[in-house]
Design a protein around this ligand. Structure first.
Ligand SMILES: Cc1cc2nc3c(=O)[nH]c(=O)nc-3n(C[C@H](O)[C@H](O)[C@H](O)COP(=O)(O)OP(=O)(O)OC[C@H]3O[C@@H](n4cnc5c(N)ncnc54)[C@H](O)[C@@H]3O)c2cc1C
Length: 395
């Protein structure tokens, strides 16, 4: 029987969780290396840049505990151990109802396709975003540049902010990460002995002025100025302009806009949701197409709760369901695996930490064995990171 050809686009969280779950044994035992070469029902090809970035660690660049080298993994040996063919290239189009993938250098056909191309940020939403702001979401280089500029400042005003895309009924943006950045900035400036020379502002048009809660309390404890409800009309040289033309001085702006799927998706045969994501159903199937699945930050959800964000954790839950569903449809069965909605993230403030959590089935995180508010959670967060990077590098 001819092997089924599977194509995976991207080598971020969604694609790697998908590949791991698709191959049944998510952790790689030694003998599986030989078995997969002797017998496999699938011929799997992954197209990407070969570099996995562990984004959740980027805010910790601010306190000097993480760096680009430590959080980037060359993913080729992980793929090789799993007998997955790697193509280093960028996909530029998807045609024939998903059966053909075009890259800058070639053309790949498949029996089933998984799309895990991650987010695009709405940098055109507020004018001046690309020219006058930096974002941890743009990756390690942007965060290094922010730190280089920060370290040159003897004093100053720093704005940290985010905007969310809620048009698909859930949180397509990065709020938690920016709270984390603001708190870590406070910690780093105190450690440098210059905190009193800096103003740190936290702004977002998506938070109601006067909003209260555990995160707000942590920001206030640190003397962070809250500009809840604020959206600049434009980012300009040296600051921001308000809608009425007022200029606000800012020496540095760390800002992350709302999320959609990358723009090139619009010219492919894949459907796009109102909010700009790849339109998928509750099984992760791209609507209207056969044997095409998508998960992670590039895709929307069917009937999501309004609080669910784009997260690596959600990418995992979605990709694992999509992998099982792809196996079902390739056997001619109907897909049956859905996924839970869960927000789960540890907000590291270096001298304190919060476990932010919500779940559609009200299940607590990790059977409630950890406190929700404790500095010890930083160790838990680091443990998850080390374990995952170890898995990618060696298993
Ligand atoms: C600063 C920061 C902190 C975060 N903290 C947390 C946290 O604490 N917990 C949590 O759960 N989540 C966190 N997240 C969110 C998490 O990182 C994302 O939700 C996750 O990376 C999404 O996975 P993904 O695979 O969809 O996208 P990505 O991880 O971005 O991967 C996308 C992949 O697609 C590839 N690609 C893109 N376009 C193409 C193309 N045209 N052709 C081929 N390949 C392509 C990219 O190279 C990349 O390999 C954080 C994110 C940031 C930025």
């Amino acid at each position: 029987m001819a092997k089924k050809k599977i194509t995976i686009i991207g080598n971020g969280f969604a694609s790697l969780f998908f590949a791991g779950a698709f191959l049944v044994l998510p952790v790689f035992p030694f003998f599986a290396f030989f078995l997969r070469r002797l017998y496999s029902r699938y011929e799997i090809t992954l197209i990407g840049n070969g570099k996995f970035v562990y984004f959740p660690a980027i805010p910790e660049f601010i306190i000097g505990k993480k760096n680009k080298k430590g959080i980037t993994v060359d993913i080729r040996s992980w793929l090789w151990r799993r007998n997955i063919r790697f193509v280093e290239d960028q996909v530029v189009d998807i045609q024939d109802g998903g059966r053909t993938v075009l890259t800058t250098k070639g053309r790949y056909d498949n029996d089933a396709l998984f799309v895990g191309i991650g987010p695009a940020f709405m940098v055109d939403d507020i004018p001046g975003t690309a020219a006058h702001t930096l974002s941890p979401c743009s990756g390690p280089d942007a965060m290094d540049e922010f730190m280089a500029r920060l370290n040159e400042l003897p004093e100053g005003i720093i704005y940290v902010g985010f905007k969310l895309n809620k048009r698909d009924g859930f949180v397509a943006g990065r709020g938690g990460q920016m709270y984390e950045c603001a708190c870590l900035l406070d910690y780093a400036l105190k450690a440098r002995g210059v905190r009193d020379k800096f103003e740190i502002h936290l702004f977002s048009p998506n938070i109601q002025p006067g909003d209260k809660g555990a995160i707000t309390d942590r920001l206030l404890e640190r003397g962070i100025i809250l500009n809840y409800g604020y959206e600049p009309a434009e980012f300009v040289e040296g600051g921001m302009k308000d809608a009425d033309g007022t200029f606000r001085k800012a020496d540095l702006v760390l800002f992350t806009p709302g999320i959609t799927a990358p723009k090139w998706i619009k010219k492919t045969c894949l459907p796009v949701s109102v909010g700009g994501h790849i339109d998928v159903d509750k099984y992760g199937q791209v609507k209207g197409l056969k044997n095409v699945f998508a998960a992670g930050d590039c895709s929307n959800h069917e009937s999501p709760p309004p609080w669910v964000p784009h997260q690596a954790h959600m990418a995992q839950l979605r990709s694992e369901a999509a992998a099982k569903n792809m196996q079902q449809v390739l056997k001619g069965d109907a897909p049956s695996h859905t996924y839970r909605f869960e927000l789960s993230c540890i907000l590291n403030m270096e001298n304190d930490a919060l476990w932010l959590h919500a779940a559609s089935d009200d299940k607590p995180p990790m059977w409630n064995i950890f406190p929700r508010h404790s500095k010890k959670l930083i160790g838990v967060k680091n443990f998850f990171e080390r374990l995952y990077l170890l898995y990618l590098r060696y298993l």
